[in-house]
Design a protein around this ligand. Structure first.
Ligand code: MN
Length: 368
């Protein structure tokens, strides 16, 4: 890059240029030196898959399952030749769209619900395969992709071993889990080896949504409310509130957890959560209030939320140093997400932190 972005932003002249820079026109010259000066763009919740995984999901969809996920993930047992599934797998087409829109990096992760619906032995094996394949994708386009490692919570000891391999051998940047596993949550002691591994390896754990657990599924059945419209946030927000209030972050004080979708409703509720935590303090295991945990151990991303008031509110209550940009591709479209972050009314230091600075730090990315 011909311009030092940090110096550019610090100099203040970046304000207008970035706001106007928006999305490059398709007729713009492709050379990097001809792009308008702008913030580096790192998208942090970007779904990816590979044939063996999609085949496994298709087989589940044809089975006799009654959980809410199956009808969402693959309603017809679709194979990898259909639209969404092509977009999950085709990293060349993804790179072309990233180039067109000036997206520097995508942090890829195996699409929900990952390996969490499989039998433990199959889940362990498929997570290892997923991480090998993902590491190969990251290597295939140097500097353009990061990767979050999968693991099988069904076998916590194996999960911790795979997490260590994923960081130390494969060089992946963090971990992803899709909320509950067999209706159980990560605050339960059986899962602590997973949290211990993430903390020891100094890499963040992204808790991605899936549909509400069987144990709270009934009011969602027949409503079509089980996924992104509402149920994902209920499920995932509940999961993280269990971790926050139970004392997980006293036991693992350096653990960093990421949640998407502007914080899965937790930031909007944070005053009331603090208020009732304080009034019933003896009922909870945590020495920290929910807002103290949010500011120390939780990062949120903008995935799937292109709403200025929500972003400005999140900046006010969790801080610009704990928010990262995400698209949620291919479930969302890249271009409007870039346009939103280019134009939303926040300061340029905030835009820089959210577009790239916080992600570089959280995922240990080189700061080019
Ligand atoms: Mn997602």
């Amino acid at each position: 890059m011909p311009i030092d972005r940090r110096g550019f932003v610090a100099g203040g002249v970046g304000l207008v240029a970035s706001a106007m820079g928006a999305v490059p026109e398709t007729q713009a010259k492709p050379a990097a030196t001809s792009k308008p000066s702008r913030h580096r763009r790192i998208a942090t919740e970007e779904a990816w898959s590979f044939p063996e995984h999609l085949d496994a999901l298709a087989a589940l969809a044809q089975g006799n399952w009654h959980n809410l996920d199956v009808e969402v993930i693959n309603p017809a047992g679709a194979r990898a030749t259909e639209g969404l599934y092509v977009n999950l797998m085709d990293t060349q087409a993804r790179l072309r769209e990233m180039d067109r829109l000036g997206i520097d990096v995508q942090i890829l992760s195996l699409t929900a619900p990952g390996v969490q619906l499989l039998r433990p032995d199959r889940a362990v094996a498929l997570a290892e395969l997923a991480n090998d394949r993902l590491a190969a994708v990251v290597r295939s386009a140097p500097g353009r992709f990061g990767g979050l490692a999968s693991f099988a919570p069904q076998d916590p000891a194996a999960a911790a071993r795979e997490m260590e391999r994923a960081v130390r051998t494969l060089g992946l940047n963090g971990f992803i889990v899709n909320s509950h596993t067999d209706n159980e949550y990560l605050d339960m002691p059986k899962f602590w080896p997973i949290l211990e591994a993430a903390e020891a390896l100094d890499r963040p754990l992204y808790i991605h949504p899936r549909c509400p657990a069987d144990t709270m599924a009934a009011p969602f059945r027949g409503t079509r409310l089980q996924s992104a419209i509402w149920g994902f946030a209920v499920e995932t927000g509940t999961h993280v509130m269990r971790m926050i209030t139970s004392g997980v972050f006293d036991r693992f004080p350096k653990l960093q957890v990421i949640i998407g979708h502007m914080g899965e409703n937790i930031p909007f509720h944070i005053w009331r959560s603090d208020h009732w935590f304080e009034r019933r303090r003896a009922a909870y295991g945590s020495s920290l209030t929910p807002s103290e945990v949010m500011k120390r151990n939780i990062l949120i991303t903008t995935s799937g939320v292109e709403h200025g008031p929500a972003l400005r509110y999140a900046i006010e209550v969790v801080g610009e140093d704990r928010i990262m940009w995400a698209i949620d591709y291919p479930y969302e479209v890249m271009e409007p997400s870039v346009a939103f972050m280019n134009k939303v009314e926040i300061t340029e230091p905030q835009r820089a932190a959210i577009f790239h600075g916080n992600a570089e730090r959280a995922f240990h990315l080189p700061q080019s």
